[in-house]
Design a protein around this ligand. Sequence first.
Ligand SMILES: [Ca+2]
Length: 443
Amino acid sequence: MQPSSTQGSRRLLVLLCLNISLFLLLPAHASGGRPNVLWLIAEDMGQELGCYGYPIKTPNIDRLAREGTQFSRAFCSSPICSPSRSAFSTGMYATAIHAQDHRTAQDLKRKLPAGVKTIPKWFEQNGYHTSLMGNPKTDWNFLFSNKEYMGTDWSQRKTGQPFFAMYNFLEPHRWGWSKWPDLATHLDPDTVPVPPIYPDGPVMRQSIAKYMDFIIEMDRKVGLVLDRLEEEGLSDNTIIFFFGDNGRTIYRGKQWLYDEGMNVPLIARYPGLFEPGSVNDELISLIDLAPSSLSLAGCPVPEKMQGKVRFGEDAAPRAKYVFASRDLSDQTQDRIRAARDKRYKYIRNYRPEAGYAASPYLLKTHPEYTEARQAYELGELDEKQSLFFQSRKPEEELYDIEADPWETKNLAEQREYGDVLQRMRAALNQWITESGDVVLSEP
Ligand SMILES: [Ca+2]
């Protein structure tokens, strides 16, 4: 769902002007105290929300979008839980801190490098109370103490103390589906949209309907948190970021570097900074949220953080690219890196011979994969739907996302895209070197 770029640019320009003027008029400390920072984190979720134009009723998150800024080009830096969470919780690429493997065995985990800490630790150092709320998930692929967070609820803070809270929702993560069989809402599988890359079968429809059911449930829970902020008089002095930790979990989404695995919802609300109801089409990586949150709260941004401040008076220049990695994912070893600009996606497969290996986890939890695989073997899938069942991946993939949002037409070998390919290759190479990819750039 890409808004028109011309319209988006105009809106962005207006937004930036408004933001700059409003920010100057109403800095973070205008109310006399430092703002609270609240991260609301959905699991395994793409932009399937009413406010993004998807046919689903999500009134609470839509309300957040109406009161803040909705980002269309927000991306995780790894398309699966633990490397993504390791990254956005430190403001570092997972590949730069030995956290790229999902999930790293406990005895292989390392300490964070000197000068790198988790976001709650940085906030604690700046006098904040920190809490891990909702689903108590860290899922970090590095060694950490049991004191990373000070508590489990912002109510545990001292009088007058600002808080940072990471509030995790389990929904719509797939292994949780069986735990809540009695949701208030059950969508009719016959009414859900099936993307063109997937065969339209009954199990596929059930999987998508279930995913949507859980988004509706997650939206209800977000509403409870927003109501609580309001009741406690905290709405105006709390910076909120709502986002998904990685993309949607249908079999070509989560774990893979297509937009379905990388593109996540991101909505920011902070009265006086984010223009109500605005849309921002600029590239943003989830690793930008840690430095941005610290900066907006008036805390120094640690020198080593690789993410960039994206909002407020200390914002960095706009990003030209976002980058992502995939390595071990459960039981399947692969190595993929990707660069994405506002229009193109470049994917480099280091193990093309591995194909699109389905892990036992995927087979167990994604019944639509088995349905689709059987249809493929019976010759019932079209060309787009068959891509995921090829025994070998291309070494390089290049997609024009504007023309081909589901990334089905690989342009890497087309001569007219040679310049784009070369530019994207160079950008990826530069990122691998400069970010210190521990797998690819160490001797
Ligand atoms: Ca996840």
